[in-house]
Ligand binder design. Structure first.
Ligand code: SF4
Length: 434
């Protein structure tokens, strides 16, 4: 099930009001066609290897997770759904008691679980099941062996990548304190595939920045420290709530482009190096080999993408930085860049790059946006799974936004793979048209 069947855009839009607009932004408020925040569990459970995600939801939530993750019922995965039956929903039993029983049984059977997330869904929210209270009560029983936290992944409150934001924000209050007189530490914020995270850690080490933490950490019980001497660098553009929580603990954001493509990655690394007082000459020396590898990789794909027109429908919140990369480095023409939420402060540098002619939209009104796609007929449209088939049926080429979230696309060594994700559907379309 997608969030679209449960609500229109208003509730979520109210939860995060847009800042005053210095450039025109088309505000859309209507039917949405995006996955809910539960989807984030698919990549988060792979990243945090000692964590378990227990969705308190319906059979629909369980089906969404199982089909998105492709997990067999016999596997011992690190997520599950505590299914709420009709009698729970009708208030005929005490859902808190039922939940305690499920959690106690799970933790008895799985001693490997060190952090348990109770994840709220639409049904648990509808009956106002207080998961914060449940996490506190169960935590008192199972700490210190297991830390129990909660967040909401429901389609009423979250879209797609907001699930990660809610999960990471839930971790911030339990991060250990970095003392005010401790030397500055760098914190990379946002879930990255391990291979990409390792590449960045190597580059920071070469720059001489050795005190580097990652949120999420690979072991959820091994959280990095945070305090007034934390300088944090966002790796993902959809972490507004997490950023606010980190700042609440005194951390300061390093302003940078997001690390997509040669220029985004260079800017991200340079901004961190400058915040830590690294000699600019050393920075250029360290990033030069990666820049060159990425430049060569992209030069092969640029002829396939240059001049091609692209529209982003609002989905993953990666839209603005990816549009900047495709325009500036691949020569693509941006027709419309739609995003579910426009975080003006985090995207300020990215937005500077988008030309005044680019139509920028925030929020979703699926019918109106599809009408514009039909009128514009871009060469490629980035959209959710549910919209791709109908658009392909109308002769339009599409790219699934979800693939961009599931694929390693950050950093120098993934830049060509990122460009290839857009080039492949266009090549396929060109071949079909011959
Ligand atoms: S949380 Fe809501 S939108 Fe997501 S799968 Fe469950 S019922 Fe559907």
């Amino acid at each position: 099930m997608t969030a679209a069947t449960l609500l229109d855009g208003c509730a979520a839009a109210q939860a995060r009001p847009a800042a005053d607009a210095p450039r025109p932004v088309l505000r859309e408020r209507g039917q949405r066609e995006v996955f809910c925040g539960l989807t984030g569990i698919i990549w988060l459970h792979r990243k945090m290897q000692d964590a378990f995600f227990l969705v308190v939801g319906s059979r629909t939530c369980a089906h969404l997770l199982q089909s998105a993750a492709g997990v067999m019922i016999f596997a011992e995965p690190r997520f599950a759904t505590a299914i709420m039956e009709e009698r729970d929903l009708a208030g005929m039993v005490d859902a808190q008691d039922e939940l305690d029983r499920v959690v106690n049984r799970l933790l008895e059977r799985r001693p490997d679980i060190k952090t348990l997330f109770l994840v709220g869904s639409c049904p648990s929210e509808v009956i106002k099941l207080d998961l914060a209270k449940a996490a506190q009560r169960l935590g008192a029983v199972h700490m210190p062996r297991v830390r129990i936290l909660n967040y909401s992944g429901s389609g009423i409150e979250t879209t797609f990548t907001q699930g990660e934001d809610a999960c990471l924000a839930a971790l911030v209050p339990v991060m250990p304190a970095l003392p005010a007189d401790a030397p500055a530490e760098l914190l990379i914020v946002g879930s990255l595939p391990d291979i990409v995270e390792d590449q960045f850690l190597r580059l920071f080490a070469d720059l001489g920045i050795t005190r580097v933490g990652c949120l999420p950490a690979r072991n959820a019980r091994d959280l990095p420290r945070v305090g007034p001497n934390t300088r944090y660098l966002l790796a993902q553009p959809f972490l507004g709530e997490t950023a606010m929580a980190l700042e609440g603990r005194g951390a300061t954001r390093i302003e940078a482009l997001f690390p997509f493509g040669v220029e985004g990655t260079s800017d991200w690394l340079r901004a961190a190096a400058s915040a830590f007082g690294i000699d600019p000459a050393l920075t250029e020396q360290v990033i030069a080999p990666g820049r060159e590898r990425a430049r060569i990789g992209l030069s092969k794909l640029r002829p396939q993408l240059a001049g091609r027109r692209i529209t982003f429908l609002p989905d993953s919140q990666l839209e603005v930085p990816l549009a900047r990369f495709l325009q500036d480095e691949m020569g693509m023409v941006l027709v419309e860049v739609g995003t579910p939420y426009l975080h003006r402060a985090h995207l300020a540098r990215e937005l500077e790059s988008l030309g005044a002619q680019v139509r920028l939209s925030e929020g979703q009104h699926v019918e109106r946006q599809l009408d514009r796609v039909r009128a514009d007929r871009p060469d490629i449209t980035v959209c959710g799974l549910g919209l791709a088939n109908p658009l392909e049926g109308e002769g339009l080429t599409t790219k699934w936004a979800i693939e961009l979230v599931f694929s390693p696309i950050h950093g120098f060594d993934q830049a060509a793979d990122l460009a290839e994700l857009f080039a492949r559907p266009l090549r396929r379309r060109d071949m079909l048209e011959i």
